[in-house]
Design a protein around this ligand. Structure first.
Ligand SMILES: [Zn+2]
Ligand SMILES: [Zn+2]
Length: 176
């Protein structure tokens, strides 16, 4: 199985590469860097100062490489969907495409000092979570499980980068 990581707009290469290494272990799949996509400027909402995630996800879906089982778009701008102030990521349940935003995973976003490890741990959790959705996994009630819904970074920091036993079992069936 091949999963593509596709940078959307300007995204730090180092983070993408590190993500691909860690994700390979988690999903036992081949992760490959796909051709970068330009950030959809039409998705920008000046009043909110944010990008609307849904058209970006749609655009990503139009650009899935032929041999790609799944695709993870990574962007570094603040994103939202209408019902929420912001989102960390979005995915098509049981389909092919997911995306995450790195912007709100950095301590600097909140005026705190930089913490590279914390930032990367969060990026991994969000990536595993959104990809989990593409494998049909829904939100899990277990706070430690990576499929637990993160309402805030506190939730993200409490949960682990791994699937609980129940979610892992469901995933294994999909990965078979
Ligand atoms: Zn979710
Ligand atoms: Zn779970």
């Amino acid at each position: 199985m091949k999963i593509y990581i596709i940078p959307i707009g300007d995204v730090e290469k180092k983070t993408l590469l590190k993500l691909s290494w860690v994700l390979r272990e988690k999903f036992k799949a081949v992760f490959e860097m796909g051709k970068p996509l330009p950030l959809l400027e039409d998705a920008y909402r000046p009043k909110r100062g944010q990008y609307f995630a849904s058209p970006i996800l749609d655009d990503l879906k139009q650009n899935i490489p032929e041999d790609g089982e799944k695709v993870l778009g990574v962007l570094d701008v603040d994103i939202f969907v209408p019902a929420l102030n912001f989102i960390f990521g979005q995915a098509d349940l049981g389909r092919k495409a997911a995306l995450i935003s790195l912007t709100r995973l950095r301590e600097e976003f909140y005026g705190n000092s930089k913490n590279e490890k914390l930032f990367f741990d969060r990026a991994v959790k969000e990536a595993v979570h959104e990809l989990g959705h593409t494998f049909g996994l829904r939100h899990c009630n277990n706070q430690k499980c990576v499929m637990y819904f993160s309402n805030s970074l506190r939730d993200t920091d409490i949960k682990e980068a791994n699937f609980c036993e129940l979610c892992r079992e469901k995933l294994e069936i999909e990965l078979r």
